[in-house]
Design a protein around this ligand. Structure first.
Ligand code: ADX
Length: 183
């Protein structure tokens, strides 16, 4: 038996350091008022479900498809999902979206955009420095592609917009779609 209310999937995409995990945590707190909710974070999924995967295109696609699959299992049973993974390839994100839509699951792509220069300057994990020195190969945005979403449901300029504002904009959309009673 499936739950009578299908739950939303919020898919956060963007470069490393763009603020996906921070926004995701805030969205989880808000959704938790009205749904059971799970966070599917790229770093954690890679530690648990995708341990053997590299950062090649094939393996990133595998990782993203796995996250999409788990998100679908949860959402169809009434559990809201916030997924946060770089998910750099447009076609693969499109596949994830299409699978959700086929099941009538409300899917929202949230694109966190920040200037690369700002991410390099912030470099919270110290990864950009290593990538620029060539110590990490195939690093997204430096030596590996990121295909920006063309029509995300929400575009967040995370280098100019604070988290609270971004959260409000996402929640307002969910309220508008009658997926939340209040933001
Ligand atoms: S994805 O491309 O498969 O969607 P995912 O979000 O799971 O990526 O993992 C990204 C995280 O892995 C980054 O935030 C960073 O901490 C780490 N990482 C390690 N190597 C790389 C790399 N080559 N490119 C991007 N991120 C990397």
């Amino acid at each position: 038996m499936t739950a009578d209310r299908k739950a939303p999937v919020l898919w956060l995409t963007g470069l490393s350091g763009a603020g996906k995990s921070t926004l995701a945590a805030a969205l989880v707190r808000s959704l938790a008022k009205e749904y059971p909710v799970e966070l599917l974070d790229g770093d954690e999924i890679r530690a648990e479900l995708s341990k053997e995967l590299s950062f090649s295109k094939e393996d990133r696609d595998r990782n993203v498809r796995r996250i999409g699959y788990v998100a679908r299992l949860l959402a169809r049973n009434g559990v809201a999902v916030v997924a946060a993974a770089i998910s750099p390839y447009a076609q693969t994100r499109g596949e994830v979206r299409a699978a959700m839509v086929r099941e009538g699951l409300p899917f929202f792509e949230v694109y966190l955009h920040a200037e690369l220069a700002t991410l390099i300057q912030r470099d919270t994990k110290g990864l950009y420095k290593k990538a620029l020195k060539g110590e990490i190969k195939n690093f997204t945005g430096i030596s590996d592609p990121y295909e920006a979403p063309e029509n995300p449901e929400v575009l967040v300029h995370s280098d100019r917009e604070n988290v609270a504002v971004a959260v409000e904009r996402v929640l307002a959309l969910l309220v508008e779609r009658r997926l939340l009673a209040s933001a």
